[in-house]
Write a protein that binds this ligand. Sequence first.
Ligand code: ZN
Length: 87
Amino acid sequence: MLLPDRCSVKEKGKDCVNPPEFVISVLEENDEYMVGVTCLKHKDRVSEKLQILQNEAKIPKGKIKFTELKSVGTACVKSSPDDLIQL
Ligand SMILES: [Zn+2]
């Protein structure tokens, strides 16, 4: 699984340069949809932002899950985290 090497958050037009610490995914039934990665600093705000995106139907509804990067296995995860998360 290929993961970005930086936090996916873009804040005030600037990309966050912190290394990612958590993989953000949304659990839907039996599927897991990867949204991006985040550093610890942005974790809480990303969580809030994702709920807004869910309400706007921009990402799948479901439980938002943060997985520590070091514990991410090779499980099949649907992903295309190309878009940065604009806060
Ligand atoms: Zn960040």
